[in-house]
Design a binder for this molecule. Structure first.
Ligand code: SAM
Length: 210
């Protein structure tokens, strides 16, 4: 099993072992003392870790998170990470994201469109990790546009949702197309279907091409 980053642990919650971080609870997750369950059914990055993917995540890294929604996953990332920039373009979930950020001084919500990185490039410093969960058509393009924030040794951790690209196509064919497009800008290091946690999603670990 791949090692978890410092600050993420396997923890027992009433007889169920799950990955967990320490921080303020945000979405009704199980807690035990200061530990809060990181529910892989609610979080694609959580599923990637629970499935043992080699994410390269480390404690204290700078992170750009694309598609933060109400902050379920990015709350865990900020619990063990360094400065964490959370991009979300829908105002309604972004309101809840502000509450999550109230409990974390290293979490910076940005009400921005991930397809327009030039609108947040003045705020976001170079990062170690880009996490992407945008559930929109053109997921490879979003990753390509945001490659500029990653240094050479950085990582893209993406959850690709097949049905966001094409509801009628075979998910395997969609994944092949998205990975091929990603490979124009990234070296893809690992891919793994995220079921049983998330059907028709592919977890991708990649590093930017020079
Ligand atoms: C599946 S949800 C994200 C869930 C979240 N990552 C989590 O695990 O807590 C996808 C989110 O991506 C956002 N999104 C889609 N396209 C976007 C874009 N171009 N820019 C910013 N956010 C986008 C949607 O508004 C939605 O909140």
């Amino acid at each position: 099993m791949t090692a978890l980053p410092d600050g993420v642990a396997r923890h027992d919650f009433d007889g169920t072992t799950s990955i967990a971080t320490r921080g303020h609870p945000e979405y009704g997750e199980a807690t035990d003392g200061e530990w809060r369950r990181w529910d892989p059914n609610r979080s694609k990055l959580g599923a990637m870790l629970a499935l043992g993917m080699d994410t390269g995540l480390e404690n204290g890294q700078k992170t750009l998170y694309l598609g933060a929604a109400a902050g379920t996953t990015v709350s865990h990332v900020a619990d063990f990470g360094g400065p964490t920039y959370a991009v979300e373009f829908a105002p309604r979930p972004a309101r809840d994201l502000l509450d999550v950020a109230d409990h974390r001084e290293n979490l910076f919500p940005l009400l921005k469109d991930a397809r327009k990185p030039e609108t947040y490039a003045h705020v976001v410093e170079p990062v170690d990790v880009v996490v992407q969960d945008v559930a929109t058509r053109g997921q490879a393009r979003v990753a390509a546009l945001n490659r500029r924030f990653l240094d050479g040794d950085g990582r893209l951790l993406a959850a690709v949702k097949a049905r966001s690209e094409d509801v009628t196509a075979d998910p395997e064919a969609v994944f092949a197309d998205v990975v091929a497009e990603l490979e124009e800008h990234y070296e893809v290091l690992e891919t793994e279907p995220l079921d049983p946690y998330h059907d028709d999603h592919l977890g991708v670990v990649a590093r930017p091409l020079e």
